[in-house]
Design a protein around this ligand. Structure first.
Ligand code: GLV
Ligand code: MN
Ligand code: MN
Length: 435
């Protein structure tokens, strides 16, 4: 990690140099891209980077009992209430892109710089929050930090989650100085939030098609995760005749094909198997069990449920044909989120007429939206690819995003009429916002 030089006259740093300063953290030498699971060295390094960058800006940093890091721009004689909160996450999927999460965090810090350079004085506190385990890539449940914070998951369920090494979330928390007994719904924390605005790199090609650098989220597709376990007879690869086998790998393979075949029958459905684990997993071993994880998404939650039911029925049928049995366990479910239309249209207006667009990706903003007023900004991703090293954000678009976020924060934190030269002009870094 490199600390980009900051001019002595100002702490301002552009989103591009902030992103550049973490470009070496958590690179994945095998796949390329980044692997930054929650509470890994890489993710902890990024938290430290955030804390240091926030403190350098004079923000007051605290980590709450759910492991969410908050950096406060306090307002004199104003308690930490009704705050305008922004932020995102720094954990990643395995072999993910550079921008999913960190762009929102870096843009939040850059937005603070932009507002300061505009001599903006907030009338409500502004905070930047970093949420742990947004991806669920270590403990299986996406947005674990915001789910705990809002009470969308019970502490008991969360603490018993295990990572790939069998270590519980409770033990990982303990090892990182967090008290497992203290996690759970934080009503006082929620009460401090007046509005939550998350900026995120777009994870599809909506903004590319619209020809816009910045957009406003209208909705998040309902989505869930299920574990399917296929059990058969573990045996010897050499001595077991093909006709004598009860091979769960064959049943799982047929079930995976059924996942695709069922999903394509439902308009707008997406169904994915991205993780499959044979037990015990040996080249010369017929597996005794194969676990695989199903991710299903659809705008209509009833259709999501129907797709999962049909997949389960198909898996049962192929498993029976292969002499195996199958179980299905729901691990998480998030219903479709429709963001508050007043907030969304206000964000569009505050950012110079940004277009509204839906997303198929999940976000902490989606979890928070059931509890506090919430909105989201997206920044164009020219490849349209995400959860992959090919995810991209051009520097000019990243700067446009940070400036748009600054505009949105200014409107909500009390600067209803941004001064000339700010909302649609040149910001402190000589950057002209393009929308
Ligand atoms: C996270 O990006 C997800 O949509 O799963
Ligand atoms: Mn994300
Ligand atoms: Mn993601």
């Amino acid at each position: 990690m490199t600390t980009a030089p900051i001019s002595s006259s100002s702490t301002a740093q552009s989103v591009v140099s902030l992103m550049g300063s973490i470009a070496d953290v958590g690179r994945d030498p095998t796949r390329g891209g980044y692997s930054r699971p929650v509470y890994s060295t890489a993710e902890l390094d990024l938290r430290s980077w955030f804390v240091e960058a926030a403190q350098r800006r004079g923000l007051d940093v605290e980590t709450d009992r759910n492991g969410i890091v908050w950096a406060w721009w306090d307002v004199p004689d104003h308690e930490r209430a009704d705050a305008v909160v922004t932020g995102s996450h720094v954990d990643s999927v395995p072999g993910g892109g550079a921008y999913d999460g960190p762009l929102g965090v870096a843009s939040s810090l850059a937005a603070v710089d932009i507002l300061r350079e505009r001599r903006f004085t907030p009338s409500r506190p502004i905070a930047v929050a970093v949420f742990p385990e947004e991806e669920g890539s270590r403990f299986g449940i996406a947005c674990l930090g915001s789910r705990l914070f809002t009470g969308a998951i019970s502490p008991e369920k969360a603490l018993n989650l295990k990572d790939g090494d069998g270590t519980t979330f409770a033990d990982v928390l303990r090892g990182n100085g967090q008290d497992p007994e203290a996690v759970g719904v934080d009503r006082a924390g929620l009460d401090r939030i007046g509005i939550f605005l998350e900026l995120h790199v777009e994870q599809g090609r909506g903004l590319v098609d619209l020809g816009a650098p910045v957009g406003v989220a209208s909705s998040i597709l309902g989505h869930g995760r299920w574990r399917i376990s296929v059990s058969g007879q573990g045996n010897h690869a050499g001595t077991t005749l093909m006709t004598d086998r009860r091979d769960p790998m064959v049943a799982a393979a047929r079930a995976v094909v059924a996942v695709r075949d069922i999903a394509v029958l439902h308009d707008s459905a997406r169904a994915t198997v991205g993780r499959l684990q044979p037990v015990p997993g040996g080249t010369n071993v017929i597996a005794s069990r194969v676990d695989f994880w199903l991710d299903v998404r659809h705008p209509d939650d009833a259709v999501t449920a129907a797709v999962v039911e049909q997949i389960y029925a198909a898996a049962r049928a192929v498993a029976a044909e292969e002499g195996c049995s199958v179980t299905l366990t729901e691990e998480s479910l998030s219903t479709t989120v429709h963001f508050d239309t007043t907030i969304a249209s206000g964000l569009a207006a505050a950012t110079g007429g940004s277009p509204l667009l839906p997303t198929g990706a999940g976000h902490d903003a989606g979890v928070l939206s059931s509890h506090v007023p919430t909105g989201m900004l997206f920044v164009r991703n020219p490849t349209g690819i995400s959860h992959s090293p090919e995810e991209l954000c051009e520097d000019e678009d990243a700067r446009a995003g940070a400036a748009a976020l600054a505009d949105a924060l200014a409107v909500h934190a009390g600067w209803a009429s941004p001064a000339a030269g700010s909302a649609h002009g040149v910001d402190g870094h000589g950057v002209f916002r393009t929308r």
